[in-house]
Design a protein around this ligand. Structure first.
Ligand code: ATP
Ligand code: MG
Length: 300
């Protein structure tokens, strides 16, 4: 197992950002598959299956130990494959130990609170994995790209200064540090898709009846802001990638590759927690021995 964990760590490493200084999005190619070619796809699928199995056993220990929690955050442009990645990567694990929360446009009640409020309510308990499909990071992405969302937030005007994004990044860094210090580990995944591949996937959604439901005209609208989103994503990673709460900038033009990198990142996170099943004390061992004896007595 140790060897496998090491391999997973190495696979995810080129995409892990633990210090945002000097990070540039253009250094990561959305079409990257490391040295794997499309004929290696079956091997990558096998690695994914093995990864999912390993994830299941780590999750079992996380749950039994009931000390750590794990928060996984997924951010991306539309059609980058967040939903599919979450579905595949989590397919083998016990549904009792995982919660997935999508964050869409905030409700009236959400807007009556500070921006972290709705996310705080959904944080994972100890022993569990919490998945945020979009998150408080939207507060530095869509809200930054579209000024009208910020205007709707009912903030006292004197607090809306030119420093607002810098302030938000600081809030987020402090919030994540607080969580990590409380035993909630954090890994953040940005699925980095190219504009060309997004176009291909949008066309597929338009042309394939079983995918029509996934397409919304507003997705096309957001595509017009591609450059601004790119800048916002880059700044977000620069400002919030830390050793304890790293970003993984995952090439997302090839789904088979994206999923392997994500599963590797999640395994690495769990493996770094040194999980183990709770040890049973002397008294409990005696009790178990007595139960065994009672159950194996004739006539029981
Ligand atoms: P997704 O687009 O994540 O696959 P979806 O299409 O099912 O999910 P949408 O109705 O598109 O769901 O909701 C996601 C939208 O909500 C995104 O466009 C996102 O930018 C927006 N959103 C999320 N958080 C916020 C926020 N804090 N303020 C404004 N808009 C937000
Ligand atoms: Mg959408």
């Amino acid at each position: 197992m140790k060897e496998f964990f090491k391999k997973m760590r190495e696979l995810a490493k080129p995409f892990r950002v633990t210090d945002g200084d000097g990070f540039r999005l253009k250094d990561i190619n959305p079409g990257d598959t490391l040295n794997l070619k499309s004929e290696d796809k079956p091997r990558a699928k096998e690695a994914l299956a093995a990864g999912i199995q390993a994830l299941a056993s780590l999750q079992d220990m996380l749950y039994a130990q009931d000390r750590w929690g794990l928060l996984l955050i997924f951010q991306a442009m539309d059609a980058a494959g967040k939903d599919g990645a979450i579905k595949h990567v989590m397919s083998g694990i016990n549904p009792q130990g995982v919660d997935v929360h999508p964050f869409k446009s905030p409700s009236v009640e959400d807007l009556d609170h500070d921006y972290l409020w709705r996310c705080m309510k959904r944080l994972p308990e100890r022993g569990r994995i919490g998945i945020f499909n979009r998150s408080y990071y939207e507060e530095t992405l869509v809200v930054r790209v579209h000024a009208e969302y910020l205007a709707k937030q009912k903030l006292p005007p004197e607090l809306v200064t030119k420093d607002i994004w810098k302030d938000r990044f600081q809030d987020i860094r402090c919030f994540e540090r607080y969580l990590v210090r409380n035993g909630i580990a954090i890994r953040k995944f940005f699925l980095h898709v190219s504009k060309k591949e997004q176009k291909r996937r949008f066309l597929e959604r338009v042309e394939n009846p079983s995918k029509n439901w996934k397409f919304s005209a507003s997705d096309l609208e957001e595509r017009k802001f591609w450059g601004q989103y790119r800048e916002a994503y880059e700044d977000m990673i620069r400002q919030t990638a830390t050793k304890d709460a790293p970003w993984f900038v995952v090439p997302a033009d090839n789904k088979w590759f994206t999923r392997v990198v994500i599963v590797a990142g999640v395994i690495d996170a769990l493996a770094s927690l040194n999980l183990s099943y709770p040890a049973v004390g002397e008294a409990k061992l005696k009790e178990l021995a007595a139960v065994k004896q009672a159950l194996t007595k004739k006539g029981r």
